[in-house]
Design a protein around this ligand. Structure first.
Ligand code: BTN
Length: 284
């Protein structure tokens, strides 16, 4: 296998070399040098009829975005910025509902966490719904654990009414960033900073795609419980961690009580269990 030059050539080379593990699901990889957001490019392609499994990667993003309107730091060559087109309305897929998108997001988080573990051996954790990071240890309070974020998932659905037309799953992984903007300092880290050695982002891409593909296949074939079981193993904070639920006004505090079968995080507030499906949790 010869290395591919051009935009994100290392990623193209790794993708091509892993043909047997990734095909036929990931049929086409579009590699770009610089783009606003790979999610926007993938959505544009999906709107023009691109099939499920189409991938967009870029070496850098100028307007990469994260959840809740935040931006995603996307400098050239230092990270993995990738988006996948999914089409839950294809024949044989489960109904394309908003609830199903939540499960897709969790499946993507499983893919990223398992992919990073397989390619780096770092003890990655998931934090509901789809933050991927690393901590110093198993203390019960967020402050003791010193969570640092390594990666995230942004799933964006195009829907008509409640029917999903396509879902774009965007994955960002901090691979080699040596420093971050001051607003992220202390809260974000990279695989190289954590492992203290060079990391092959092509290997991270391939392992992540392979793990996501298997989790997504489970979902499509009606085995969402298996995906949720994989997610739970990766997320010690889904049980027994103190959180505050951000709402319009009040911010009730509680303790996480596990992941529901619909992908909601259960939080015990006083004597009752609140299923949290959206909004923000503050880990305290
Ligand atoms: C998060 O806030 O944790 C989600 C971050 C998702 C970032 C990725 S990078 C590739 C894709 N394109 C974007 O603009 N965002 C996602």
């Amino acid at each position: 296998m010869t290395a591919v030059s051009g935009p994100a050539g290392d990623l193209v080379t790794a993708f091509d070399a892993a043909d047997a593990r990734l095909q036929p699901f990931f049929g086409r990889l579009i590699a770009l040098d610089r783009v606003g957001s790979t999610n926007d490019e993938a959505a544009r392609l999906a709107g023009a009829g691109a099939p499920e499994g189409t991938l967009v990667v870029a070496d850098s993003q100028t307007t990469g975005r994260g959840r809740s309107g935040r931006s995603w730091f996307s400098p050239p060559g230092a990270g993995l910025y990738v988006s996948v087109v999914l089409r839950p309305l294809d024949p044989g897929a489960p109904p394309g509902t908003v609830e199903w998108v939540r499960l897709v997001t969790l499946a993507a988080g499983v893919g990223v966490a398992e992919g990073i573990r397989a390619s780096t051996a770092l003890p990655i954790e998931l934090k509901w719904p789809n933050d991927v990071g690393i901590t110093d240890g198993p203390g019960p309070r967020a402050a003791d654990r010193r969570w640092r974020k390594l990666a995230g998932v942004l799933a964006e659905a195009a829907a008509v009414g409640r029917a999903i037309q396509h879902v774009i799953v965007g994955i960002g992984v901090n691979v080699g960033q040596a420093s971050f903007p001051s607003a992220l300092a202390g809260a974000a880290t990279s695989l190289e900073a954590e492992s203290g050695r060079p990391i092959d982002r092509g290997a991270v891409l391939v392992e992540t795609l392979a793990a996501f593909r298997s989790a997504y296949a489970d979902l499509r074939e009606g085995r969402s419980r298996e995906v949720l079981a994989r997610w739970r193993v990766l997320s010690p904070t889904a049980f027994g961690a103190r959180v505050a639920i951000r709402g319009d006004g009040a911010e009730p505090e509680g303790v996480t009580a596990g992941l529901g079968d619909d992908g909601a995080l259960h939080v015990r507030v006083g004597g009752r269990i609140e299923p949290v499906v959206s909004g923000e949790l503050r880990w305290i």
